[in-house]
Design a protein around this ligand. Structure first.
Ligand code: URA
Length: 426
């Protein structure tokens, strides 16, 4: 690969130019190997955030990130493979019931997940509240479980898109996370390298999401759908509402408990609706359009796969889940309807209660979180519970309550509620 001076590559993007394929290949590779310094990549990331990238540049950047590491070969798995990725939200536990549900309908779901940072939770943190459950699997173990159980949720290995691992950490501390070309290439490089045959994206929009505006969410969705297609991965995206948390539980063990309710045929209506809708999209994309996910939830097949999936990673699906000892129940101060439960505020509250982390290396509390008793549109009478705050340490509760008080509002009239699925792109 021919060499360039990093500063020349930075200048091209700074001045609004288009990077050549060779420049992109070189800078991504040289950064991964430590030949381009963090301060140079920071400047380039900022130039990309401010100037954008063409579709061709984004495709090449993504390919270079994939080429920085290994690409898993799932061709030995006899079922069609399909994965789902959510851009992250509050109370978004959908991966937990969805993965075994789609496997119960005949596909194999290779779900490489992450941990939470900031106000959004991480799937691995949630599953780690199940006693014994192990997030780290070797490639052979991952592929074997995918073939036998059909469902795996685990941590991405170190060798998968290492350029992204390094670049994401840098973006996090340089104010450059929000660049759509960088988000799209970051997400898609990992999903393509993981080897899935098809992919359904759940692009969240609203206060609790990365993308606060529908226009940005649409652009991100379109960019990712194109990237998937260009790399031979059938990709569709749903744009879904994230101004209210999903379901009633926000935290770690509380979200596992709610997911198990869904797998048992109950659970909150919005969580069930989105799980079934995404399952249908995944099964269509996997070439299994006749599968019936609603039936697999009702007849217990999805629950059977859940139990097998948890056991395969040394978890005990029957073990009691952690319950935080400190509980404060907040009640309505008047009669009316719940007008809004702001996702961002509830996410911050759960984080302050101990369910999330401020730095990568911080531990999380399994039992902490927020449990809603009412959702937007529900009637409530003065004195009835609106939500509860749970923590291991009572000193965490006042700071959480300071945000939930502003996040939850009551009105005299029943509010109009937006649809959960805003659009489908693909
Ligand atoms: N999630 C990712 O994996 N990458 C991003 O850049 C943003 C969200």
């Amino acid at each position: 690969m021919g060499g360039f001076a990093a500063v020349d590559v930075i200048r091209v993007k700074r001045d609004g130019g288009v990077l050549s394929d060779e420049q992109i290949d070189w800078v991504v590779d040289a950064y991964t190997r430590g030949l381009v310094a963090d301060e140079q990549m920071s400047a380039l990331a900022m130039a990309i955030l401010l100037r954008g990238m063409t579709a061709g540049e984004i495709a090449r950047w993504t390919a270079a990130m994939i080429a920085s590491g290994e690409r898993l070969d799932l061709s030995g798995v006899r079922r069609p493979t399909v994965d789902k990725h959510s851009t992250g939200g509050v109370g978004d536990k959908i991966t937990l019931p969805l993965t075994p549900l789609v496997a119960a309908c005949g596909a194999a779901v290779p779900q490489l997940s992450g941990r939470g940072l900031g106000h959004t939770g991480g799937t691995l943190d949630k599953l780690e509240s199940i006693p014994g459950w192990r997030a780290a699997l070797g490639n052979d173990e991952f592929i074997a479980q995918l073939g036998e159980v059909g469902a795996v949720i685990c941590a991405a290995g170190e060798r998968l898109a290492p350029a992204d691992r390094k670049l994401y950490a840098l973006r996090d501390v340089t104010g450059t996370v929000e660049a759509i070309p960088l988000i799209a290439s970051s997400i898609m490089s990992k999903k393509i390298a993981e080897g899935t045959g098809a992919l359904v994206l759940d692009v969240k929009v609203g206060s609790g999401a990365f993308m606060k505006s529908e226009a940005d969410a649409r652009e991100l969705a379109r960019t990712m759908v194109e990237l998937g297609g260009a790399h031979g991965v059938r990709t569709v995206a749903l744009l879904t509402e994230m101004s209210t948390p999903l379901g009633l539980a926000v935290g770690n063990a509380v979200e596992v408990a709610e997911s198990v309710e869904v797998l048992a045929g109950g659970g909150p209506a919005d969580v069930v609706e989105l799980t079934v809708r995404l399952a249908r999209e995944m099964l269509d994309a996997a070439g299994l359009p006749d599968a019936d996910p609603e039936r697999a939830l009702r007849d217990g097949r999805a629950m059977d796969v859940w139990r097998a999936m948890i056991r395969a990673q040394d978890g005990d699906p029957d073990a009691p889940l952690a319950v935080a000892p400190e509980v404060e129940v907040v009640r309505a101060d008047r009669d009316g309807f719940v007008a809004a439960v702001d996702a961002y505020g509830i996410g911050i509250a759960a984080w302050r209660l101990g369910a999330g982390r401020a730095r990568k290396e911080d531990p999380v509390s399994a039992g902490a979180g927020v449990l809603l008793h009412r959702r937007p549109g529900d009637p409530v009478r003065a004195g009835e519970p609106l939500y509860e705050l749970r923590a291991d340490d009572p000193d965490r509760i006042p700071a959480a309550r300071a945000v939930t008080e502003a996040a939850v509002s009551i009105s005299a009239e029943r509010p109009a509620l937006p649809p959960l699925v805003v659009d489908r792109i693909g």
